[in-house]
Design a protein around this ligand. Structure first.
Ligand SMILES: Nc1ncnc2c1ncn2[C@@H]1O[C@H](COP(=O)(O)OP(=O)(O)OP(=O)(O)O)[C@@H](O)[C@H]1O
Ligand SMILES: O=C(O)C1=C[C@@H](O)[C@@H](O)[C@H](O)C1
Ligand SMILES: [Mg+2]
Length: 176
């Protein structure tokens, strides 16, 4: 049987890419990978440490190389980092190698889901989380949309339910 096309999840911090991506992979019997986690595994340090040592630029380069490598694996659901789409070659690659799902998320939801964690360096230094998330979205939302095959608005539904909805939508457009 032919493998499923790869599924790439994009969207802002707290959208649920990691959580929902894992569920989609379970439903489809596909392999789940998370570019943030793979960068951490490869380097042996966490993303905050990479930002401290190499700046955002250093992290972006590692992220780009990691996504390029992971996107070569067949039968894979990949959760990408929230800023992965900033890189034009990553955008091209995701578009070309699989189906791209944008998890669109309200500011309120992002705030609720990122407030507790201090593992996201772009938010850790912010004294106005709302303003920081808004600024990031102004730049990134058009980039997410530019490569999205489907856009899914994440509301209050559980990750498992959202994953089922995404699989149904992908099946409806003949890509899963
Ligand atoms: N549909 C959902 N329902 C309830 N909680 C959720 C849902 N999706 C995600 N969460 C929770 O929100 C938090 C952030 O989710 P997750 O880490 O999956 O986001 P992300 O998009 O991968 O973010 P990042 O870009 O920072 O990696 C987690 O604590 C997760 O459990
Ligand atoms: O939105 C971003 O730029 C980031 C999101 C996370 O997934 C990580 O990739 C990192 O914290 C940067
Ligand atoms: Mg994640």
């Amino acid at each position: 049987m032919a493998a499923n096309p790869n599924i790439y999840l994009i969207g802002p911090m707290g959208a649920g890419k990691t959580t929902v991506g894992r569920r989609i992979a379970e439903l489809k019997g596909m392999t789940f990978v998370d570019s943030d986690q793979e960068v951490e595994k490869r380097t042996g340090v966490d993303i905050s440490f990479i930002f401290d040592m190499e700046g955002e630029e250093g992290f972006r380069k590692r992220e780009r190389d990691m996504i390029a490598e992971l996107s070569e694996q067949p039968n894979t659901v990949m959760a990408t980092g929230g800023g992965a789409v900033l890189d034009p070659s990553t955008r091209d690659l995701l578009s070309a190698r699989g189906v791209v799902v944008y998890l669109e998320t309200s500011l309120e939801q992002q705030l609720a889901r990122t407030r507790k964690s201090n593992s996201r360096p772009l938010l850790a230094g912010s004294d106005d989380l709302e303003a920081t998330l808004t600024e990031l979205m102004e730049i990134r939302d058009p980039l997410y949309r530019s490569i999205a095959d489907i856009v899914v608005t994440t509301g209050d539904q559980q990750a498992r339910k959202l994953a089922r909805e995404i699989v149904e939508q992908l099946e409806a457009i003949g890509t899963a």
